[in-house]
Design a protein. Structure first.
Length: 330
């Protein structure tokens, strides 16, 4: 559960496959969320408008330009197509996506946090105990029981590093600063994501950034590289999610732009299968922090790709060697 909505046992995604005339298959995924006015229905409606003959593994920029003519926005839907196109292009080149992009991937370097959603304190305490193998946690806040929830987390993990996601939950700069000072007193909070709504007046965001005792990361405020100027002024870092950036190529551009501007970078996720999580992992070398645990929070992942044993993202045991390095689960 996050600050702006109720928990649910089901999160629907759209899985997409593109096949070229030679039978080469590329896989993609869309994990739409209501926050951006997207749903499985809007993704399927977008897919119905696409002429597959206009798409090519050999011309991803041209393919994405065509998708932009189909309908504006629809970033989650375009994400699925982009993943499939990149997967197919890298497979055609006989390379993993991270090598096809020229990024590489270093083993034993990339840790993902494990998310603890808003819940009753006793449930949070139990979830933290169950996540004992994960060295970094992420706690959702922005509700009325934040103090009790953090206390419950600390009962189970007194000194474990924690990242906090406010999910736009603090509506004034004064309230946000008060909450940030409270969190900083914990002594083990790494940073806070999106303390105020994305549409907050820039002057208020700058005011908060100048006074915050903790680093602030823009999430809902940062979708693509086009959002850089505002975020470079308002935050210390940004959280890039492929569903916001229309896929791998947009995500890579958003991460690279942020790094050039001196911002810290993070790759996040929604509730996703290993297709989207693998896509995000392929960009790990561009990130200072990872929060790509969406496939760890589900029980019916139909694919297998990189692993996250004790939070360590690894492709070492991935059976596939090219493309996204993901395949259907046996």
């Amino acid at each position: 559960m996050i600050a702006r909505g109720s928990g649910t046992d089901v999160f629907k995604v759209v899985l997409l496959e593109l096949t070229d005339p030679d039978g080469l298959l590329g896989r993609g995924e869309s994990a739409p969320v209501r926050r951006y006015e997207e749903s499985v229905d809007t993704v399927m409606a977008f897919c119905a408008l696409v002429d597959p003959a206009r798409l090519s593994f050999m011309d991803i920029p041209g393919s994405m330009a065509y998708l932009d003519t189909v309908a504006p926005g629809n970033m989650a839907a375009k994400c699925a197509f982009n993943l499939a196109l990149v997967d197919g292009a890298a497979k055609r080149a006989g390379r993993a996506v991270y090598d096809w992009l020229g990024l590489g991937f270093q083993e034993n370097r990339h840790l993902t946090s494990f998310s603890i959603g808003l819940d009753r304190p006793e449930v949070i305490r139990q979830k933290v105990l169950e996540a004992a193998d994960y060295p970094v946690l992420k706690l959702k806040v922005g509700g009325p029981d934040d103090a009790r929830n953090l206390a419950a987390l600390r009962e189970a993990a007194p000194k474990k590093p924690v990242r906090v996601d406010a999910n736009e939950g603090w509506t004034t700069k004064e309230l946000a600063l008060e909450r940030l000072e409270w969190l900083a007193a914990d002594g083990h909070i790494q940073f806070v994501e999106q303390p105020m709504p994305a549409g907050t007046d820039l002057k208020d965001l700058v005011w908060l950034r100048e006074r915050s005792p903790l680093p602030l990361f823009g999430d809902e405020s940062y979708h693509t590289a086009a959002d850089l100027d505002r975020c470079a002024t308002a935050y210390h870092g940004v959280n890039v999610k492929l569903t916001k950036s229309a896929g791998i190529t947009g995500g890579a551009a958003a991460l690279q732009a942020a790094r050039r501007a001196g911002l810290k970078t993070m790759i996040g996720c929604m509730i996703e299968s290993s297709v989207l999580i693998s896509a995000a992992a392929n960009l790990a070398e561009l990130a200072d922090h990872l929060d790509i645990d969406g496939n760890l929070l589900i029980t019916n992942d139909p694919y297998t790709g990189p692993t996250a044993v004790r939070g360590q993202i690894s492709f070492a045991n991935a059976v596939e060697t090219t493309g996204l390095r993901v395949r259907p689960r046996a």
